[in-house]
Design a binder for this molecule. Structure first.
Ligand code: ITT
Length: 223
């Protein structure tokens, strides 16, 4: 049984369209500090798999405001909890000229303890070993300046498969009652995500795009 690892009920509602009978695992994995969502999701998936002992799918998402060099990005959850989305909107309106572009990004990380074929977007043991050996290709995952150490540490880690989705839009005054999180202040093609139904949001959203890729891959993988 695949477990969708999240504490966020809004994500679960959106994921159901893609995963028949998906079970939520309400598990708060450790979020490492990184400027990109991928290492956060990958490490979360390894931790959640070790905890659950069953296949897991972790979903890490964030709002990246262009005029703020991507902030709040990986810190979106903390910023929503501390500042709130109205304050984020006011800050953007004060500091950044229209059109106040932003994107939502989502990384899904799948882990079931097995190796994978190398597509799409693989991050697995073979890649990590190659990166560690190559040195220069290594990614500084936690931003502490020691990319080779990160790659070497991950070389023995469980393989994780990543699926990314993103959507561009702009930050506007809050509109709409649907969705969750930053949806009321994120407008895509003239409509905020909070003004869309779950189906409409899934058709264009970061999560919908990542899930479409995952669902296609997972269909072939299921026994
Ligand atoms: P889990 O980590 O337990 O899944 P979370 O809500 O903390 O729950 P994220 O770290 O991925 O999940 O989310 C970062 C922030 O972005 C958080 O404040 C969410 O409410 C928000 N967020 C994520 N996806 C969103 C979406 O589709 N629409 C609006 N806000 C979203």
């Amino acid at each position: 049984m695949l477990r969708y690892v999240t504490t966020n009920a809004g994500k679960v509602r959106e994921a159901r369209e893609y995963l028949d009978g998906v079970e939520q695992l309400n598990y708060d994995y450790t979020e490492v500090q990184a400027s990109d969502l991928a290492p956060i999701a990958a490490r979360g998936a390894r931790e959640a798999y070790r905890y659950a002992g069953e296949p897991v799918l972790v979903d890490d998402a964030g709002l990246f405001v262009e005029g703020f060099e991507g902030f709040p990005g990986p810190y979106s959850s903390y910023v929503e909890e501390t500042l709130g989305i109205d304050a984020v909107q006011r800050l953007v309106a004060t500091e950044i000229d229209a059109p106040r572009r932003a994107s939502f990004q989502c990384v899904l990380a799948y882990c079931d303890g097995d190796d994978f074929a190398a597509s799409p977007d693989p991050v697995d043991r073979a890649d990590r070993s190659a990166a560690a050996a190559a040195g220069a290709a290594a990614v500084d995952e936690d931003g502490n300046g020691d990319a080779a150490a990160d790659a070497a540490a991950d070389a023995d880690a469980l393989p994780v498969k990543l699926f990314r989705g993103s959507v561009r839009g702009r930050i506007v005054e809050p509109r709409g009652e649907g969705g969750f999180g930053y949806d009321p202040i994120f407008e895509h093609d003239g409509t905020t995500f909070a003004e869309m139904t779950a189906d409409e949001k899934n058709a264009v959203s970061h999560r919908g795009r990542a899930f479409a890729k995952f669902a296609e891959w997972f269909e072939d993988r299921a026994p």
